[in-house]
Design a protein around this ligand. Structure first.
Ligand code: GTP
Ligand code: MG
Length: 250
């Protein structure tokens, strides 16, 4: 099972209006610092946060109790004027965990009323995360032939393709910057990756390298996924072997 926490700014829409119309620069700074602080506090606990929409952040929180969430919530309250809700969900797949988190918040099922933490009672049987770190092979040479915004447009198209393909397999895709994507995977779709690689090769003439990491916590799984990806590059650059998909398990 995997545990995800969805963090959302509460009452954000009405609050933004109180700032008047010259507000966009302030909202951008607020969103960037909120993401930074959330990544900072959760990564200290071996969790990993994913930039979803800027007012909503997903975190893999395997091993984190309600109390741990409350402690982080108290820290965040000190730094930001805005309220945040935290909805915790567990499930056999990342999609199921995220749906359970969302259901708990919508039905007002609280784990800590005072601190805006929602969720059903938490099972301790949470010990599995699989992350796929996808990275465009040779994006520097792809970029050299296009203008910067054409590169962005291609990355958005690839993101959309990846998100749709993996959501159908109960997995959640996030764009991490540059030519990097991370998929919180359901652990059953490794055999599906070659199918995805074939689609993007055919449609966009793009090749991806896929490092897979499996561990108990989000940070460890991401570390192993990136380690697998670096190993693929190493094998490629040494001319030993052309591998596209590699898995490391702790
Ligand atoms: N989020 C994230 N971004 C990275 C990481 N490594 C590199 N980047 C970003 O990705 C961009 C592209 O770098 P690379 O993927 O190394 O370049 P490349 O030409 O595609 O080279 P190969 O991937 O080795 O084929 C960099 O400019 C960074 O912005 C990473 O581990 N995580
Ligand atoms: Mg690359």
């Amino acid at each position: 099972m995997i545990q995800l926490t969805i963090i959302k700014i509460t009452g954000y829409g009405p609050w933004t209006l109180t700032l008047g119309s010259d507000r966009e620069h302030r909202l951008q700074m607020l969103q960037a610092s909120l993401y930074k602080e959330i990544q900072n506090l959760f990564s200290e606990k071996n969790c990993l946060a994913f930039p979803n929409r800027f007012d909503e952040i997903f975190v893999i929180t395997n091993g984190l109790s309600v109390d741990d969430h409350v402690k982080i919530q108290k820290q965040l309250v000190k730094s930001f004027d805005l309220g945040l809700s935290m909805s915790i969900g567990q499930g056999n797949t990342p999609f199921e965990a995220s749906s359970n988190a969302d259901k708990a918040r919508r039905s007002n099922t609280s784990l800590s009323k005072d601190h805006n933490v929602y969720g059903l009672s938490l099972s301790k049987d949470v010990d599995f995360v699989q992350i796929i770190h996808m990275d465009v092979d040779g994006s520097t040479s792809v970029s050299a032939k296009k203008s910067p915004y054409e590169v962005s447009s291609l990355i958005i198209a690839l993101y959309s393709e990846m998100s749709t393909f993996f959501l159908q397999r109960n997995s959640l895709t996030f764009f991490m910057g540059g030519d990097n994507f991370m998929i919180i995977s359901s652990g059953t779709n490794k055999d599906e990756i070659p199918k995805f690689l074939e689609i993007v090769k055919q449609k966009y003439d793009i090749s991806f390298n896929c490092g897979i990491g499996t561990a108990k916590t989000g940070r460890d799984a991401a570390k192993l996924a990136t380690q697998s990806l670096d190993k693929i590059r190493e094998l490629r650059d040494s001319g030993k072997k052309d591998t596209r998909i590699l898995e490391t398990t702790c």
